[in-house]
Design a binder for this molecule. Structure first.
Ligand code: EPU
Length: 342
């Protein structure tokens, strides 16, 4: 099934709820439909952008081109042995429904990623992660179509060049591929990852550690900490946690002994950007129609009919304060589309 709309509002398609328009919107449910569309001379020259659940995106101006909206569905078991099951999952599936499907089948690997908004097709792009697990840990390969040639390619896990909130689809191949299917490897023999401080404590409420209880715990933690997109439109963490050298951390600790850091290698430390932003007194603050969440300051909120540019302006102010106070540059994690009019 295909649908093509002209001058279509994207307000319902991004969790920030930004009201902008796209010149064309192409929705499809089958791989061969997108292949035919990409070869259609009428749209060949148009700029194209693939939209998933719109939960990690900030539109700052109208989009002049075609928004490609994959609605391909299906979860299929393609292989299994005593230890693992291999699933081929279509890009249009809702991520959390896929997590639920794995938990219902007693397959482990994605339970820590419960409650994350968005579609399956977007998960490798920024290598979604939470509570000690990243999606790269369970991805075997990614099937994607090269948008300019219309040819299908397979990306092995290695070829995806995964990193912290990063992959080849955010760098070298940014906006160049449309992901159609992902092959996941789930575990039949469970190895729970419950070392992340808060989970360990919360799990004590239950008599047993199992997939369902981990899922309940994580959903509970997220509910208490992260704002609901229905009432406070947002795109999750707006910033990444910065990574700094051990020597810089040592120096900072002299002035800020409570700085929150995690070792990532022998010489590098990840710093909790939430802590940095909190120290700059941004928690709960409002700027024009945008605001900073009061319990997780990594999250920016469209307070009331904010424009994308207002949210960018707030983020610039936060970046500036963190730079001035700590000499640390924090980077934006969400995908900003268009050019802002500040
Ligand atoms: N902290 C503060 N002040 C706060 C909040 C947190 O100082 O107001 C400090 C605390 O010390 C806390 C630490 O920051 O222990 C880390 O906080 P949290 O556990 O909430 O994790 P995060 O690093 O802030 C990352 C992800 C989240 C993910 C959580 C849980 C990024 C950019 N964000 O946040 O992902 O849910 O870990 O694993 O890495 C998302 O990407 O949309 C997202 C929500």
């Amino acid at each position: 099934m295909i649908n093509i709309y002209r001058n279509h509002s994207l307000k319902e398609y991004n969790t920030f709820g930004i009201d902008i328009k796209t010149s064309f919107f192409f929705e499809f449910t089958k791989e061969n439909e997108i292949l035919a569309f990409l070869n259609d001379s009428k749209y060949k020259k148009e700029k194209k952008f693939v939209l998933g659940g719109g939960s990690n995106i900030l539109f700052v101006s109208d989009f002049e081109g075609v928004i490609l909206y994959p609605q391909i569905l299906g979860i299929e078991t393609i292989n299994e042995n005593n230890k693992h099951v291999y699933l081929r999952v279509a890009a249009g599936e809702i991520w959390d429904n896929f997590v639920e499907y794995c938990i219902n089948n007693n397959w482990a690997g994605v339970e820590n990623l419960s409650g994350i908004p968005g579609k399956v097709g977007a998960c490798p792009v920024q290598n979604i992660g939470a509570y000690g697990v990243e999606v790269k840990d369970v991805i075997e390969s990614v099937e994607a179509i090269n948008i300019s040639t219309g040819k299908k390619e397979i990306f092995s896990n290695f070829r995806c060049k995964f990193g912290y909130r990063n992959s080849i689809f955010k760098n070298q191949f940014k906006n160049k591929y449309l992901i159609t299917y992902i092959i996941f490897r789930l575990d039949k023999i469970h190895r729970y990852k419950v070392g992340y401080g808060q989970i360990e404590n919360e799990l004590k409420k239950y008599s047993e550690i199992n997939l369902v209880n981990i899922q309940k715990t994580i959903i509970n933690i997220r509910k208490n900490k992260l704002p609901n997109v229905e009432t406070s439109p947002n795109a999750g963490s707006f910033f990444k946690n910065p990574i700094i050298s051990d020597s810089k951390l040592k120096k900072l600790k002299l002035t800020f002994p409570d700085i929150v850091s995690y070792k990532v290698s022998n010489t590098k430390y990840k710093i909790a950007a939430a802590w940095l932003i909190e120290q700059c007194a941004w928690k709960g603050k409002k700027y024009k129609n945008a605001s900073v969440h009061s319990s997780q300051p990594l999250v920016l909120i469209n307070h009331y009919n904010a424009t994308g540019s207002e949210i960018i302006a707030l983020s610039e102010k936060i970046k500036k304060s963190v730079l001035e106070k700590f000499d640390i540059k924090i980077e934006i994690e969400v995908n900003v589309i268009g050019s802002s009019k500040l």
